[in-house]
Ligand binder design. Structure first.
Ligand code: 5AD
Length: 436
């Protein structure tokens, strides 16, 4: 047996891709190790979405190369590998293999060559690739990510993903359902469907509405989540499927990026602020109690103070329950790098701080208003500190509970009794059946 150590950076799809990579390698006599000292193969699965994500990886590769003994292999895979390709091999001489997200089937082959001293790159796009026959290697648990769509055909001007993950394609509904039936048999009860514009899912026969209904009907699946949808792609059929499928959770992560129509236009987002808010209204009407989180970029080229102000007012108008906030990071070869009026770093930093303060105070206010309410909570894992467990409501609120670690996977009716502003403390009112 060969031993592989892998670190994963970036989004949930990268987490799911790492499980695929480990599945591919397991079929070639590799076992996973938790420490780089024990490994003869070290892999880093990378993100390219912002420069700081790449800088972290570069730093980490520098550290990991110290564990490399003669005959061992160091590989960089994922989006940053796809983006830099040969430049990565040229820049870091300890790196032996560079593989993009569509090339993981080729990994055993290239690792073997690399062990004999042959450095190699595979950054070919395979527009058919879904890894549908690969048995992903994941830790057994109540929740699982399932990639249903890969790549992206949108052309948001700030975004590197179309260049790192290639063209959009959806996996066949039947293959997805089979995979989820297997997961359910192993005790998974919550599924998160993954795609860059996941609600644009279409396999040629079935659309996103069909997918939600089919996954929600799998025996044993109690919760269905998805990320990330695109505002324009919520058809009436999709909204109806969400409302009518009991397993679909009451939370949507819906990236808005900016509250200014002028900025949205320059970003090549295909909606206005008003249209975005109208989508939220439709979802709130169909799914009472639904919560929303979002992604927001500040300091996009040409963003004026008053346009940034529109983002601040949008946070309030939309009533987001949470927001992931980012400073615009120029990505090589994306259209936005050529736009006039790059915003000075200090200005973007200051705007980000104001945005974070606005989001935090709103989240706190909304969460304080939730104290005393009753929710179904799935226990996910031990909390970082203390001997409490961390669970999640259907509406995506995180709740700390006094429960033993054996409670992972169980569902409870929980009263929210306290909040830090972002997470809650809860009291169990009645446990429901343990499912794992
Ligand atoms: N700079 C800053 N943030 C970005 N994102 C994507 N590209 C960039 C970039 N160039 C953010 C978007 C997206 C999230 C995953 O990352 O908000 O929704």
């Amino acid at each position: 047996m060969k031993r592989v150590y892998i670190e994963t950076y970036g989004c949930q799809m990268n987490v799911a891709d790492t499980e695929v990579v480990l599945g591919v390698l397991k079929a070639h006599d590799y076992e996973q190790t938790e420490s780089p000292e024990d490994a003869d193969t070290i892999l880093v699965n990378t993100c390219a979405v912002r420069d700081n994500a790449e800088q972290r990886v570069i730093g980490r590769v520098g550290e990991l190369q110290r564990y490399k003994r003669p005959g061992n292999v160091l590989g960089v895979i994922g989006c940053m590998a796809q983006r830099l390709g040969p430049r990565l091999l040229a820049a870091v001489k300890q790196v032996d293999v560079v593989l993009g997200p569509d090339a993981y089937r080729n990994l055993p082959n290239l690792l073997e060559n690399a062990a004999r001293g042959e450095r190699a790159i595979d950054t070919g796009f395979r527009s058919w690739e879904h890894y549908e026959d690969v048995v992903a290697l994941r830790e057994r648990g109540p929740t699982a990510f399932v990639t249903v769509q890969r790549g992206c055909d949108y052309r948001c001007t700030f975004c590197i993903v179309p260049m790192t993950r290639g063209p959009e394609r959806s996996q066949k509904l039947e293959d997805i359902v089979t995979k989820i039936e297997d997961l359910a048999r192993e005790g998974t009860t919550e599924i998160t469907l993954l795609g860059q514009t996941v609600n644009a899912y279409h396999d040629g026969v079935h659309d996103f509405a069909d997918l939600l209904r089919a996954v929600g009907a799998v025996d044993g699946i109690r919760r269905v989540r998805f990320t990330s949808p695109y505002p324009n792609n919520f058809t009436e059929r999709a909204v109806a499927a969400m409302a009518e499928t009991p397993a679909v959770c009451d939370h949507v992560h819906l990236p808005v990026q900016s509250g200014s129509n002028a900025v949205l236009r320059r970003m090549l987002r295909r909606y206005t602020r008003e249209q975005y808010l109208a989508v939220m209204d439709r979802l709130r009407l169909a799914i009472p109690g639904i919560t929303f989180s979002t992604d927001i970029i500040v300091g996009f080229p040409g963003e004026t103070e008053s346009q940034f102000g529109e983002t601040l007012t949008l946070v309030e108008d939309a009533g987001f329950d949470d927001a992931y906030t980012f400073k615009y990071s120029p990505r090589e070869a994306t259209p936005a790098v050529r736009l006039q009026g790059q915003v000075p770093e200090a200005v973007a930093t200051e705007r980000l701080a104001r945005l974070i303060a606005t989001v935090r105070s709103q989240t706190r206010r909304r969460n304080v208003g939730r104290l005393g309410s009753l929710h179904e909570v799935l226990v996910e894992r031990p909390a970082k500190r203390g001997d409490q467990m961390l669970g999640r409501t259907r509406s995506n609120l995180m709740v700390l509970l006094e429960l033993p670690s054996s409670s992972v996977g169980t569902y409870h009716q929980v009263r929210l009794t306290g909040t830090t502003g972002s997470t809650f403390v809860g009291r169990i009112e009645s446990p429901s059946l343990a499912v794992i």
